[in-house]
Write a protein that binds this ligand. Sequence first.
Ligand SMILES: NC(=O)c1ccc[n+]([C@@H]2O[C@H](COP(=O)([O-])OP(=O)(O)OC[C@H]3O[C@@H](n4cnc5c(N)ncnc54)[C@H](OP(=O)(O)O)[C@@H]3O)[C@@H](O)[C@H]2O)c1
Length: 316
Amino acid sequence: MKALYFNKFGDNSVLKYGDVDTPQVDNDQILVKTAYSGLNFADIYRRRGTYHIEKHKPYINGYEGLGTVIVLGEKVKNFKLNDKIFFVDVPLANAEYVCVPVERAIKVPHDLNPELVASIGLQGLTADFLAHDLAQNVLGDRVLIHGISGGVGQILAQMLTADGINVYGVTSTQEKRSLALKQGAQELFLRNSSWLEDNKGRFQTVYDGVGKTIEQSLLLTAKRGKVIFYGMAGGNPPQIDLLQLLNQSKSILTGDLWDYLTDSTQRNARAQRLFKYFQNNKIQISSPTIFPLSKGKEAYAYLESGQSTGKVLLKL
Ligand SMILES: NC(=O)c1ccc[n+]([C@@H]2O[C@H](COP(=O)([O-])OP(=O)(O)OC[C@H]3O[C@@H](n4cnc5c(N)ncnc54)[C@H](OP(=O)(O)O)[C@@H]3O)[C@@H](O)[C@H]2O)c1
């Protein structure tokens, strides 16, 4: 089968497109013919060798996708051939065929377009746990999101707005700023302007998936408020002085989506809660940027450049 693979960690030049062995299903797995594999910042960390990756020779990146069931393991119930399924936390997904453990398979709802479901993907489930588990925002809170027009940012912003939270954002370009305002944010700040001074201590919650901005985020947070640190798209965060946090009654919360998708029941309940926002037209995301898997190298470079708006998908 065709796959995007690499033999050593490094920059984008290590990525290769070509033939690898087709995987064989175990009893409790289904073989999926991939239609889309979603690209995430974690795949860049993995390619660089700075994040956990499935041991495999060669390495094949990608932990989410959508496709059609073509083989059922002997013990599989509740799924049938030709079912359309969506999966996250399943390794080796930048490939034509993926073995998906049944407890990690989520059926694609009939009333949602599969390309939309692939675009919601892992970023949507991330937004859901950031909004509903980690932060515990209260109706009317002021919440700031860094990188608000990114994949997680767009869904998180509209989900919080639909939940009655006042959403503010930071972004790098006028174009991304306009998009976030159109999607319901109250006020948008341009990253390279002098907005920081005027907004110190203004937000009950600051969502920071950029990482290197964590000190800014603490300045922006109100006393008794919290920073939700969930990624480092812009670079690793500096060390934080806990005494300084204590003196100002500010907290940093953090978490990894995988620790919330603990079993099939959790996974499906969270996916249904997320899909409802789309079924009820509460969230509209920008169209994904789609690259064929054979051009995967360009897709990684595009995501890594920070220029992307919304989801980047690899199509097979
Ligand atoms: N904790 C978890 O379980 C979990 C799960 C999934 C994702 N994540 C994290 O969530 C974060 C956002 O992921 P995403 O998929 O939404 O990515 P994304 O679509 O690329 O969005 C990231 C945004 O960060 C901003 N940014 C600022 N500095 C940047 C830089 N130097 N390089 C690239 N982007 C930069 C960009 O927005 P502006 O140009 O507007 O500033 C960009 O749109 C990542 O850190 C990712 O690792 C965490």
